[in-house]
Design a protein around this ligand. Structure first.
Ligand SMILES: Nc1ncnc2c1ncn2[C@@H]1O[C@H](COP(=O)(O)OP(=O)(O)O)[C@@H](O)[C@H]1O
Ligand SMILES: [Mg+2]
Length: 269
């Protein structure tokens, strides 16, 4: 969606510092998203697990926008998609998210409305019913700041350090992106069931590694966070179906019941 151009530049006091520039083109929606991304990244720039950003770039057209950021090294696709690579990912990225959550917990008090997100798209498991059941049994989640998209594809390297890019801040306020811990944890679970392998290599979903799941579970101080993380994984997978290639849409629809089964079982941990 966005385009990335890289070049070497020596400003900002770091001789030979390398920059990556993310640029919006002329799509207003992407421009809005990139502006929000920049603000989010700037606020968390003290966090070592988040990509550093330098400045916004403006263009003659008001619809074009970009920002400069630290140049990171992508993790090769074949390595990203190996399950054995996930442990360092989970253990390094989650502390980052935890820090984000802690900052974020000081933030907003707005309660988001979750109903609309459960209703789309049609078909598949009953997300609506499960959501109500969780809220009834475990209470509503605390609202907090989220990254919004901490999947394996948004993890890059600074040396050996894993660093998150591409936040998806909740700028829409239309209830489509509920801001609570479970949202991010659901994304991590999404990678743990093999989302990237399924999408890029045509594999089937796998039951997530127990050790990794326990690491995630330990980070939930409230039971509702864990139940909603499992719920959110299913929600994310379902929400992404319309974005897949035609044949993959069928595959995902076929796998949804299995993913739901896994998530309901994990939720009981
Ligand atoms: N700071 C960066 N340094 C180097 N490459 C980057 C950087 N940020 C993003 N990329 C590369 O560009 C790809 C897409 O960028 P991303 O911000 O995730 O946009 P989107 O997922 O919306 O297309 C990343 O998966 C990564 O390979
Ligand atoms: Mg991305």
């Amino acid at each position: 969606m966005t385009s990335i151009a890289t070049f070497n530049a020596p400003p900002y006091g770091r001789s030979g510092a390398s920059l990556a520039v993310v640029k919006s083109g002329t799509d207003e929606k992407i421009t809005r998203r990139l502006r929000a991304q920049y603000r989010w990244l700037k606020r968390f720039s003290h966090n070592e697990g988040i990509v550093g950003v330098y400045r916004e770039v403006t263009y003659p057209s008001p619809h074009e926008y970009g920002y400069e950021m630290e140049l990171l090294t992508p993790i090769p696709m074949h390595k990203r998609s190996l399950l054995s690579d996930l442990e360092p990912y989970v253990s390094e990225v989650l502390p980052t998210l935890h820090a984000v959550w802690q900052c974020g917990n000081l933030g907003t008090s707005r309660m988001c409305e979750w109903h609309p997100i459960c209703e789309w798209p049609e078909g598949g498991p009953d997300l609506h019913g499960w959501w109500y059941q969780i809220v009834r049994d475990y209470g509503r989640p605390d609202e907090c700041e989220t990254h919004g998209d901490p999947t394996m594809e948004n993890v890059l390297l600074r040396g050996k350090r894993r660093v998150l890019v591409d936040p998806l801040p909740d700028v829409t306020s239309d209830g489509r992106a509920p801001s609570c811990r479970a949202l991010d944890m659901g994304k991590v679970l999404q990678s743990l069931i093999g989302y990237e392998r399924i999408r890029w290599m045509g594999d089937e979903p796998t039951y997530p590694d127990a050790v990794l799941v326990h690491k995630l579970r330990e980070r939930c101080t409230r039971d509702c966070d864990w139940h909603l993380a499992c719920w959110a994984c299913l929600f994310h997978v379902r929400r992404l179906i319309p974005y897949q290639e035609h044949m993959m849409q069928f595959a995902w629809l076929k796998w949804l019941p299995r993913i739901e089964e896994m998530m309901r079982e994990l939720a009981q941990l």
